[in-house]
Write a protein that binds this ligand. Sequence first.
Ligand code: SF4
Ligand code: SF4
Ligand code: SF4
Length: 279
Amino acid sequence: MTPREFQAYLFDATRCIDCRACMVACSVENQVPLDDTRIWVAGAGITGEYPNLARASMPYHCMHCIQPSCASACPVGAWSKRADGPVVYDSSRCIGCRYCMNACPFGVPHFDWDKGLLDQPLISKCTMCAHRLDVDGEPACVQTCPTDALSFGSRKDMLAEAKARIAANPGKYIDHVYGEHENGGTSYLIISNVPFADLGLPDVPQESVNHTSEVVMSGTIPFALGWAGVLAAVAGVVRLRERGMKKQSAPEVKTAEAKPIEPPSETVAVDAATKEQAE
Ligand code: SF4
Ligand code: SF4
Ligand code: SF4
């Protein structure tokens, strides 16, 4: 089998009818309870006043970032980005530190508190149905969507399709493909007729969080090492000065001359008188 191109989803919010078939498909495909699937429907739901109603909902799952912040934050390499798109997780390496949860700007990974830390810890998130991609299939949620609100293919093609729909329907869509650049670019692309915030999407910077942290860390470590060197040098100088001061101020120790001990004459006299009285 020839390796696949870099894959991505395209979600079109104008086509989603909030039927949640994608959630059911995810639950069945991944053998997880419906209230604990790797996908959830986010967004403002029905908004406006009759008859001017609007719907804003989106199947929310891992964005499969091109530079995944979760992978960058993980200290034991439990996360990796596959060449064909999915960001996957190896539970056997996980130590349960949950750095990935804090690092993800989209709030995606969640910790399985039922397993806790005593068992093998488990972080749960969408896998892009990587096992289905391995046999040339597409994600279960995409295959199930009855309105084609979800599509799947090479990221290049999905991006072109998103831009073509925006260009062909002036005024229908917001003129922006969410995920083209957010957090350094993602493999989940979204187009919408309502503000992206109404779909529950955060306003994240274009530069990936891990790129920023790596730039900061690359400057922080040399600075910390340099500063440690300065402190060590100062401590050395202080120690040398203290030793010098101790030498200067130390008193001379003289040996006392030994003198013969004479008995106290008064005491002897008193004792003699006392003896005389007693006699
Ligand atoms: S959305 Fe979060 S969990 Fe998914 S790849 Fe990006 S950083 Fe990792
Ligand atoms: S790609 Fe697979 S794991 Fe991810 S949300 Fe869709 S069905 Fe669930
Ligand atoms: S299956 Fe399709 S239409 Fe239904 S909620 Fe999911 S994305 Fe929307």
